[in-house]
Design a protein around this ligand. Structure first.
Ligand code: CP
Ligand code: NVA
Length: 312
């Protein structure tokens, strides 16, 4: 693969990327992590600017973009939608046109995928999806990096997501696993299945990579997996659905008994964070020996820097 073909591209969903391209980003992130353990100061983003647009809150994604970009001499500018005109007084298209004249790239976190797509279409600069209602691509790249650090090369590994099967993280995991040949089991009540069009698309992609994609309500399907993953029961913007979700998802809590059902002592626990301990996961599991969530959070920075280096 010729890495120069990645220059100038946006990262909106991994559906837009080939297996080889995603692997390139992972290799880039691995190099970046190794470099981070040394003392050398690099200035690879000197003279560049990055707009960080946030409609929703963030700790990890904001800090990962700001530190990854800023420590290499780039100038990140945080813009919450409480401060700028995005979609309020000015259309997304016009905001995109203006930001594209001033910034080298744009990160967007917010509600609709249509917004991040419009930013990419009208700004003329690379746009990174830092989470929408539909996808969270930079998160799942860090998740695969963490899986590989603990379990070896991704192809043929087994990862299951237990919880809200239609949320941004579950959907993004299904996509990246299908692309990279990771067997993906989504354990979720049928009411929370992802949309059939995405599942069909991932199933077709998986045929090429050798991954198996399964969707099931049965918790016993965790048997044999290398990694158990969960996320909050009500995502940002879905607060009104909380009660209904608790009712649907209480049987799907990741606790020690569920971890033991994997039948593997070396299986790891992953969570994109923030977590609500006592709901989707018990403190015993997330703070326990199988948890890799802090490495996973750190890897957000390395994978984001890997993406920035490859595309800018
Ligand atoms: N995992 C993640 O995206 O965390 P933040 O919401 O804190 O950015
Ligand atoms: N599904 C969660 C992920 C947070 C990083 C949300 O959208 O709130």
């Amino acid at each position: 693969m010729d890495p120069t073909t990645l220059k100038g591209r946006s990262v909106l969903t991994w559906l837009d990327y080939t297996t080889e391209e995603i692997r390139y980003f992972l290799d880039s992130a691995k190099r970046v992590k190794e470099e981070s353990r040394g003392r050398e100061v690099r200035r690879r983003f000197a003279g560049k600017t990055l707009a960080l647009l946030f409609e929703k809150r963030s700790t990890r994604t904001r800090c990962a973009f700001e530190t990854a970009f800023g420590e290499e001499g780039g100038h990140p500018v945080f813009l919450s939608t409480a401060d700028i005109q995005l979609g309020a007084k000015e259309s997304i298209e016009d905001t995109a046109r203006v930001l594209g004249r001033m910034f080298s790239a744009i990160q967007f976190r917010g509600f609709t995928q249509a917004t991040v797509e419009a930013l990419a279409r009208y700004s003329g600069v690379p746009v990174y999806n830092g989470l929408t209602d539909d996808f969270h691509p930079t998160q799942v790249l860090a998740d695969i990096q963490t899986l590989e650090e603990n379990c070896g090369p991704a192809p043929g590994k087994k990862l299951c997501f237990v919880g809200d099967g239609r949320n941004n993280v579950a959907r993004s995991l299904m996509v990246i696993c299908a692309k990279l040949g990771v067997h993906f089991t989504l354990i979720t009540p049928p009411a929370l299945n992802p949309d059939p069009a995405l599942t069909a698309r991932c199933t077709a992609i998986a045929q090429a990579s050798g991954a198996q994609i399964r969707i099931t309500p049965e918790i016993r399907e965790v048997e044999g997996v290398h990694a158990v993953y969960t996320d909050v029961w009500a995502s940002m913007g879905e607060e009104a659905k909380k009660e209904e979700r608790v009712r649907l998802l209480r049987p799907y809590q990741v606790n020690q008994a569920l971890m033991e059902q994997t039948g593997r002592k070396d299986s790891i626990f992953l969570h994109c964070l923030p977590a609500i301990k006592g709901e989707e996961v018990t403190a015993e599991v997330i703070d326990g020996p199988q948890s890799r969530v802090w490495d996973e959070a750190e890897n957000r920075k390395h994978t984001i820097k890997g993406i920035l280096l490859a595309t800018l």
